[in-house]
Design a protein around this ligand. Structure first.
Ligand code: F6R
Length: 368
């Protein structure tokens, strides 16, 4: 069943190109239009949406954080992301003009389920992004976009996350199409880029040797930091979560722009820092993160830098440089997360942990 892999998780990491391809399948026509048949919400209703609230737990919440950047940019609809466990207990303001998007791999997470029940009681439409056909969350939602990742057995989510992010992109582009925002040509270009993603993720998998070797150096590290900015921030959070869950190492993800507001105080030669560098685009994000790396380096910390292929600016500041395929900023999480998954899986393996069944964790959290 593990197809020759030592863990389901490792198998699932390797299935990601196929999972992405299956999630894209049939949802995009050559004329540039997107079809999301399972969205059973009338187009007129979708046009009247004034606000989007995305909810989820753990990794699914991080997928929602990535989605916020993309959906707001493409649709100009204000979009918030919240932990389902917070949303349900704080008397949130939602109503008929709010679309609540619930992200859940299993479709059974208690907090997310309770949150969507609450949202529907307030008159909101709920759209589920889910990997499990016929599970409770999509059954209780008004609409669903299924991620076609296939069963995820490893407790730590991998292909679940990547396909959730992809489904969120599809939702954002679909809403942009429905609302006929500026786009048109831009949607076609982004869809073309999304179609190349299975190949690019495969490229990352083919180059994993360096990451596997890197893990050997971390067996005795008590603590690791992850920094990212913009969509790289949720990637940093996800990298830290994977390390906590699997390697039982204290790990934290920070927004790189927050460095000077506190985290820099803990940086010294004993704390390795992973940094996700945005692609060099038209904005200043890339340069700002590169100067963060310099600041970290100046305090003696070891830097493990994830940056796009021909990014020369980072070379002199990286102790270890992990190269990523070139993609536009908003889509970078699909390639940048993969080395962090491999790293956590490998480190946990080397430490002798049960990667598929980490201690204290369950695959679906059906109780609070
Ligand atoms: C982390 C992980 C969890 C889940 C979370 C939500 O690797 O797997 O954080 O993402 O429990 O689960 P779902 O997506 O099933 O609602």
């Amino acid at each position: 069943q593990k197809d020759g892999f030592d863990w389901f998780m490792r198998k699932e990491i390797h299935e990601q190109p196929r999972a992405l391809a299956d999630t894209l399948l049939g949802r995009y026509a050559t004329d540039g239009s997107l079809t999301l048949d399972e969205i059973r919400i009338a187009t007129s209703e979708l046009r009247s949406i004034q606000r989007i609230v995305i909810i989820g737990c753990g990794t699914a919440h991080y997928a929602g954080m990535v989605a916020k950047y993309a959906i707001e940019h493409w649709t100009r609809i204000p979009c918030e992301v919240e932990l389902a466990s917070e949303f349900r207990y704080r008397d949130p303001i939602v109503g008929p003009q709010t679309l609540v998007v619930a992200i859940s791999q299993s479709g059974e997470t208690a907090d997310t389920l309770m949150a969507i029940r609450h949202a529907r009681e307030q008159g909101s439409k709920v759209l589920a992004i889910c990997n499990t056909n016929g599970s409770t969350i999509p059954r209780e939602s008004d609409a669903v976009i299924y991620t076609h990742a296939g069963p995820e057995i490893g407790v730590a989510s991998t292909k679940g996350f990547l396909t959730q992010v992809l489904a969120c992109y599809l939702l954002g582009l679909y809403l942009a199409q429905v609302k006929s925002t500026k786009f048109g040509e831009e949607i076609v270009a982004i869809m073309h880029e999304l179609e190349t993603m299975p190949e690019l993720v495969q490229e990352v998998l083919d180059n994993q040797q360096q990451v596997l070797e890197l893990a050997a150096d971390f067996a005795d590290e008590p603590s690791v930091l992850f920094l990212g900015r913009h969509v790289g921030f949720p990637v940093a959070l996800e990298g830290a979560l994977k390390l906590k869950e699997l390697a039982y190492i204290h790990a934290e993800g920070f927004a790189a722009g927050e460095l000077k507001h506190g985290p820099i105080a803990v940086i010294d030669q004993d704390l390795p820092v992973f940094v996700v560098v945005p692609p060099r685009g038209r904005d200043m994000l890339h340069d700002k993160v590169v100067s963060n790396i310099q600041e970290i380096r100046a305090r003696g910390a070891r830097t493990i830098v994830l940056a796009e292929q021909d990014d020369e600016a980072v070379e002199q500041y990286a102790d270890v440089l992990i190269r990523l395929p070139k993609v536009q900023t908003l889509l970078q999480p699909l390639v940048a997360t993969v080395p962090l998954q491999i790293f956590a899986c490998e480190l946990a393996t080397q430490k002798g942990h049960d990667v598929d069944q980490p201690r204290n964790l369950a695959k679906s959290v059906t109780v609070e």
